[in-house]
Design a protein around this ligand. Structure first.
Ligand code: CA2
Length: 149
Protein backbone atom coordinates (compact mmCIF):
# COMPACT_ATOMS: atom_id res chain seq x y z
CA UNK A 1 0.00 0.00 0.00
CA UNK A 2 1.63 3.23 -1.15
CA UNK A 3 0.65 6.83 -1.60
CA UNK A 4 0.90 7.98 -5.22
CA UNK A 5 0.58 11.56 -6.45
CA UNK A 6 -0.52 12.64 -9.94
CA UNK A 7 0.91 16.05 -10.68
CA UNK A 8 -0.25 18.02 -13.71
CA UNK A 9 1.22 21.29 -14.90
CA UNK A 10 -0.16 24.31 -16.75
CA UNK A 11 -3.21 24.07 -19.01
CA UNK A 12 -3.90 20.43 -18.26
CA UNK A 13 -7.06 21.65 -16.49
CA UNK A 14 -8.28 22.21 -20.08
CA UNK A 15 -8.15 18.50 -20.95
CA UNK A 16 -11.26 17.43 -22.81
CA UNK A 17 -12.23 21.03 -23.57
CA UNK A 18 -9.90 22.05 -26.42
CA UNK A 19 -7.59 20.54 -29.08
CA UNK A 20 -9.01 16.97 -28.90
CA UNK A 21 -6.70 16.03 -31.82
CA UNK A 22 -3.75 16.36 -29.41
CA UNK A 23 -5.30 15.79 -25.99
CA UNK A 24 -8.43 13.64 -26.45
CA UNK A 25 -11.87 13.96 -24.92
CA UNK A 26 -11.39 13.02 -21.25
CA UNK A 27 -11.61 15.84 -18.72
CA UNK A 28 -9.06 16.08 -15.90
CA UNK A 29 -11.62 15.33 -13.13
CA UNK A 30 -12.78 12.23 -15.09
CA UNK A 31 -9.20 11.08 -15.51
CA UNK A 32 -8.36 11.66 -11.83
CA UNK A 33 -11.44 9.69 -10.77
CA UNK A 34 -10.44 6.78 -13.01
CA UNK A 35 -6.91 6.81 -11.63
CA UNK A 36 -8.23 6.87 -8.07
CA UNK A 37 -10.28 3.71 -8.58
CA UNK A 38 -7.41 2.02 -10.42
CA UNK A 39 -5.07 2.88 -7.52
CA UNK A 40 -7.60 1.55 -5.01
CA UNK A 41 -7.89 -1.73 -6.93
CA UNK A 42 -4.09 -2.01 -6.81
CA UNK A 43 -4.14 -1.36 -3.05
CA UNK A 44 -2.77 2.18 -3.15
CA UNK A 45 -4.07 5.65 -2.41
CA UNK A 46 -3.83 8.37 -5.05
CA UNK A 47 -3.82 12.12 -4.67
CA UNK A 48 -4.04 14.61 -7.53
CA UNK A 49 -2.80 18.16 -7.94
CA UNK A 50 -2.86 20.48 -10.95
CA UNK A 51 -1.53 24.00 -11.13
CA UNK A 52 -0.85 26.62 -13.77
CA UNK A 53 1.87 28.11 -11.53
CA UNK A 54 5.47 26.94 -11.46
CA UNK A 55 6.04 27.83 -7.79
CA UNK A 56 2.90 25.97 -6.69
CA UNK A 57 4.18 22.85 -8.47
CA UNK A 58 7.59 23.24 -6.82
CA UNK A 59 5.88 23.61 -3.41
CA UNK A 60 3.77 20.49 -4.02
CA UNK A 61 6.84 18.44 -4.97
CA UNK A 62 8.65 19.59 -1.81
CA UNK A 63 5.56 18.73 0.26
CA UNK A 64 5.49 15.25 -1.30
CA UNK A 65 8.81 14.50 0.40
CA UNK A 66 7.22 15.24 3.80
CA UNK A 67 3.73 13.74 3.35
CA UNK A 68 4.76 10.17 2.64
CA UNK A 69 4.25 10.18 -1.13
CA UNK A 70 6.08 7.15 -2.51
CA UNK A 71 5.77 7.77 -6.26
CA UNK A 72 4.78 10.55 -8.64
CA UNK A 73 3.10 10.51 -12.03
CA UNK A 74 4.18 13.82 -13.52
CA UNK A 75 2.99 15.70 -16.57
CA UNK A 76 4.80 19.04 -16.32
CA UNK A 77 2.83 20.43 -19.30
CA UNK A 78 4.67 23.29 -21.01
CA UNK A 79 7.17 23.38 -18.12
CA UNK A 80 8.53 20.12 -19.51
CA UNK A 81 10.54 22.20 -21.94
CA UNK A 82 11.52 25.10 -19.71
CA UNK A 83 11.49 24.57 -15.96
CA UNK A 84 14.86 24.23 -14.28
CA UNK A 85 13.11 25.06 -10.98
CA UNK A 86 10.70 22.13 -11.18
CA UNK A 87 13.50 19.83 -12.31
CA UNK A 88 15.60 20.94 -9.33
CA UNK A 89 12.69 20.18 -6.97
CA UNK A 90 12.35 16.63 -8.36
CA UNK A 91 16.09 16.09 -8.11
CA UNK A 92 16.12 17.42 -4.52
CA UNK A 93 13.31 15.25 -3.15
CA UNK A 94 14.68 12.15 -4.89
CA UNK A 95 11.20 10.64 -5.27
CA UNK A 96 10.73 8.20 -8.15
CA UNK A 97 8.46 9.44 -10.92
CA UNK A 98 7.18 8.57 -14.37
CA UNK A 99 6.93 11.43 -16.87
CA UNK A 100 3.65 11.30 -18.79
CA UNK A 101 2.64 13.22 -21.90
CA UNK A 102 -0.78 12.90 -23.46
CA UNK A 103 0.47 13.88 -26.91
CA UNK A 104 3.50 12.50 -28.73
CA UNK A 105 6.00 15.25 -27.97
CA UNK A 106 8.39 13.72 -30.52
CA UNK A 107 5.94 14.15 -33.39
CA UNK A 108 5.24 17.86 -32.83
CA UNK A 109 7.30 21.06 -32.87
CA UNK A 110 11.06 20.56 -32.40
CA UNK A 111 11.12 22.45 -29.07
CA UNK A 112 8.85 19.80 -27.53
CA UNK A 113 11.47 17.11 -28.03
CA UNK A 114 13.59 18.47 -25.20
CA UNK A 115 12.50 17.58 -21.66
CA UNK A 116 14.11 18.80 -18.46
CA UNK A 117 12.75 15.70 -16.68
CA UNK A 118 13.32 12.57 -18.75
CA UNK A 119 16.82 11.82 -17.50
CA UNK A 120 15.60 11.91 -13.87
CA UNK A 121 12.47 9.84 -14.51
CA UNK A 122 12.08 6.10 -13.93
CA UNK A 123 10.54 6.14 -17.41
CA UNK A 124 8.47 8.22 -19.81
CA UNK A 125 5.21 7.65 -21.66
CA UNK A 126 4.12 9.91 -24.50
CA UNK A 127 1.54 9.87 -27.25
CA UNK A 128 -0.91 7.33 -25.82
CA UNK A 129 -3.52 9.85 -24.74
CA UNK A 130 -4.83 9.96 -21.19
CA UNK A 131 -4.42 6.16 -21.16
CA UNK A 132 -0.73 6.98 -20.60
CA UNK A 133 -1.50 7.87 -16.96
CA UNK A 134 -3.17 4.48 -16.40
CA UNK A 135 -0.21 2.67 -17.94
CA UNK A 136 2.12 4.78 -15.78
CA UNK A 137 0.13 3.86 -12.67
CA UNK A 138 0.47 0.18 -13.51
CA UNK A 139 4.21 0.62 -14.04
CA UNK A 140 4.47 2.54 -10.74
CA UNK A 141 2.74 -0.34 -8.95
CA UNK A 142 5.23 -2.82 -10.44
CA UNK A 143 8.17 -0.53 -9.62
CA UNK A 144 7.02 -0.11 -5.99
CA UNK A 145 6.55 -3.86 -5.64
CA UNK A 146 9.97 -4.72 -7.03
CA UNK A 147 11.67 -2.07 -4.88
CA UNK A 148 10.12 -3.35 -1.66
CA UNK A 149 10.92 -7.07 -2.09
O1 CA2 B 1 1.30 16.15 -24.27
C1 CA2 B 1 1.38 16.58 -23.13
O2 CA2 B 1 0.87 16.02 -22.15
C2 CA2 B 1 2.07 17.92 -22.87
O3 CA2 B 1 2.77 17.84 -21.64
C3 CA2 B 1 0.98 18.95 -22.80
C4 CA2 B 1 1.47 20.39 -22.71
C5 CA2 B 1 2.49 20.67 -23.80
O4 CA2 B 1 3.03 21.98 -23.62
C6 CA2 B 1 3.61 19.66 -23.79
O5 CA2 B 1 4.49 19.96 -24.85
C7 CA2 B 1 3.07 18.26 -23.96
C8 CA2 B 1 0.33 21.39 -22.89
C9 CA2 B 1 -0.83 21.14 -22.04
C10 CA2 B 1 -1.99 21.79 -22.69
O6 CA2 B 1 -3.10 21.04 -22.37
C11 CA2 B 1 -4.23 21.29 -23.05
C12 CA2 B 1 -5.20 20.36 -22.91
C13 CA2 B 1 -6.39 20.51 -23.59
C14 CA2 B 1 -6.59 21.63 -24.36
C15 CA2 B 1 -5.61 22.57 -24.50
C16 CA2 B 1 -4.41 22.41 -23.83
Amino acid sequence: MASILVLNGPNLNLLGEREPEHYGHDSLPELEKRLQSQAKALGHTLGAFQSNHEGALVDRVQQARRDGTAFLLLNPGGYTHSSVALRDALAAVKLPFIEVHVSNIHAREAFRRQSYFSDLAVGTIAGLGTQGYELALLAADRWLYSHSH
